[in-house]
Design a protein around this ligand. Sequence first.
Ligand code: CP
Ligand code: NVA
Length: 313
Amino acid sequence: MRQPLQHYLQFTDLSADDYAYLFNRAALIKAKFKAYDKHQPLTDRTLAMIFEKASTRTRISFEAGMYQMGGAVVHLTTGDSQLGRAEPIEDSAKVISRMVDLVMIRTYEQTKIERFAANSRVPVINGLTNEFHPCQILADLLTFIEHRGDVHQPLHCLQGKVVAWVGDGNNMANTWLQAADLLGFTVHVSTPSGYEVNQAVAGVKNPHCYKVFQDPLQACQGADLVTTDVWTSMGFEAENEARRQAFAAWCVDEAMMAAAHPDALFMHCLPAHRGEEVQAEVIDGPQSVVWDEAENRLHVQKALMEFLLLGRV
Ligand code: CP
Ligand code: NVA
């Protein structure tokens, strides 16, 4: 049966119930992968991946994931397609979506992916925009659930928990806010002044799903998860020097981890810069789960692609 068209452009595009299904399904798909047990529900399906920014994890997880599920991929960049020669997004969407079953896009403004989706016949997945990075938060939540919860009741362990966000009020921070709003936890946000999260961008309904702290150490107090990201996201390179100065005190260090809950986890979406947003002792230390987090991009996105194309199976 043909699925109703469902895009994944931001975290709020799915319900809490959908997420409970997805995390459970991702755990099953992961277990099959580890057992070399074939899982090929997407035979003859094709994913187009459009990258207007660099990527390691997103490209390999989507590409390997699609092949592992029996499908195929087409990889496009701005430089090697007509997208870089000003073909309208609407026209590109109409053409590309007549030839493939699914599209993943990494680009700049969220409005670009929205315009693409509005003209697409097939589901569109956000592989990172300036505003959001929902696939990364999917992987981060799956990782938290694996370490601190139960995949059979995946959302339980998130309720009432505190996630400390130390750093830029960027695409990752906005997506954490959306996840907290929907799934019932709180984000303690500490950013340098001028780099705050914008509640209107995140579009959170419950203003209590996040709390702002000037001092990053205080934001980490009692946190169940401490997480951060690069000081300068892709597309903002011209601000690099100003950001290096503004963010100097927003380096996740051992003191911040000591202020957190004793069994707090540390996450970073990667790529990381040791000595900038995180101390080597933290990212390479015992509380860090960054490699599980990176790996889980593969498993959870396989569950997502299957869900968007086939629904709950
Ligand atoms: N975390 C993440 O999205 O990594 P890439 O930029 O390598 O895809
Ligand atoms: N906030 C970072 C995430 C990279 C995966 C960026 O947008 O560059």
